[in-house]
Design a protein around this ligand. Structure first.
Ligand SMILES: Cc1cc2nc3c(=O)[nH]c(=O)nc-3n(C[C@H](O)[C@H](O)[C@H](O)COP(=O)(O)OP(=O)(O)OC[C@H]3O[C@@H](n4cnc5c(N)ncnc54)[C@H](O)[C@@H]3O)c2cc1C
Length: 280
């Protein structure tokens, strides 16, 4: 199938893109890598009169290291994120998450910002952003604002971005000290979206006790979620005494409900989620 007819716009600055969004309102859609949007347009699950192509906006691409954070422009492609030594050294969870996204040709066109803005509940980058307390910058004709990841994901494929806003960059705090990071997911075939997944970031103090812990769960609801009460309960625990299996079960018990889908019942997907938290 082919998409319905649309007018193609190629702004040269983010501000121009924002003005086009304001001008065309609901009739317009941003396109970045096109890896999620184009299949939807081709299958006619969505149709827009105006497509605003932001992939060429170099102002929105690149990876920079601030004093205590890594800032990644929204149009930076996922392959670039995955190959970056800066990202590997400073935000290793993001480096580990990247190869789990689809396949290389998809990551070569798909962008970090597109993945976060698309907000698929089973996508890796939204879960990483939530787990690491990232901050997201939005630009519109009326200015810029910063949205914490904890307030960004509001529902299936829905975010706090307004229709007239562009996601410009994502800022990931760099965690210093004795930190460990892991991401695990289960999918039926390599490259498929995860049936259930978990990201964990842990900081250990000098006496080998948990100083802080973040557990992000994805594919287990309409948005990525943090297992906040389990996170809190782990602070101060000696890592030698931790029963990681119990941590996995506690983390999924923080979820209000896990939906069943054609891949499995709610009970099965909950068990898989628990295993993703504790499995090595
Ligand atoms: C076969 C296949 C397998 C895949 N597997 C996975 C997977 O396992 N995990 C995963 O996470 N993803 C997967 N994807 C999706 C892929 O990662 C996409 O690249 C990503 O979801 C969207 O990025 P994009 O740049 O292609 O965005 P696009 O498809 O161009 O846009 C997606 C949506 O985001 C909006 N958007 C894009 N950029 C911005 C911006 N800067 N500001 C505001 N809105 C914006 C668009 O308007 C659109 O609504 C898969 C895709 C395919 C085709």
């Amino acid at each position: 199938m082919k998409p319905s007819a649309f007018e193609y716009h190629r702004p040269t600055t983010p501000e121009e893109a924002a003005e086009l969004l304001t001008e065309f309102g609901d009739d317009a859609k941003l396109i970045a890598g096109g890896q999620s949007l184009m299949p939807m347009l081709n299958l006619r699950l969505a149709a827009f009169e105006h497509l605003i192509d932001i992939r060429g906006l170099t102002d929105l691409a690149g990876i920079t290291h601030d004093s205590d954070s890594i800032v990644i422009g929204a149009t930076t492609n996922q392959a670039t994120v995955g190959l970056s030594t800066t990202v590997l050294e400073s935000v290793p969870l993001l480096s580990r998450a990247t190869p789990l996204i689809g396949h290389f040709p998809i990551r070569n066109r798909g962008t970090l910002g597109g993945s976060v803005a698309h907000a698929d509940a089973a996508a890796e980058y939204p879960a990483v952003a939530l787990t690491l307390d990232a901050e997201l910058e939005a630009l519109s004709s009326s200015g810029r604002r910063t949205i914490p990841a904890s307030e960004f994901f509001t529902g299936m494929w829905t975010t706090a971005l307004r229709d007239d806003e562009i996601l410009t960059k994502v800022t990931f705090p760099v965690r210093e000290g004795r930190c460990g990071f892991a991401i695990n997911e289960f999918s039926r075939r390599k490259g498929d979206f995860a049936m259930a997944g978990a990201c964990v970031a842990v900081k250990i103090d000098d006496s080998s006790r948990v100083e802080s812990c973040s557990i992000g769960l994805f594919g287990l609801g309409s948005i990525p979620m943090r297992a906040t009460s389990t996170e809190r309960s782990l602070v101060g625990c000696s890592i030698d005494d931790l029963q990681v299996r119990d941590v996995g079960h506690a983390a999924v018990s923080d979820l209000e409900s896990v939906p069943a889908d054609l891949h499995g019942s709610a009970a099965y997907r909950t068990r898989v989620g628990a295993t993703m938290v504790h499995a090595r």
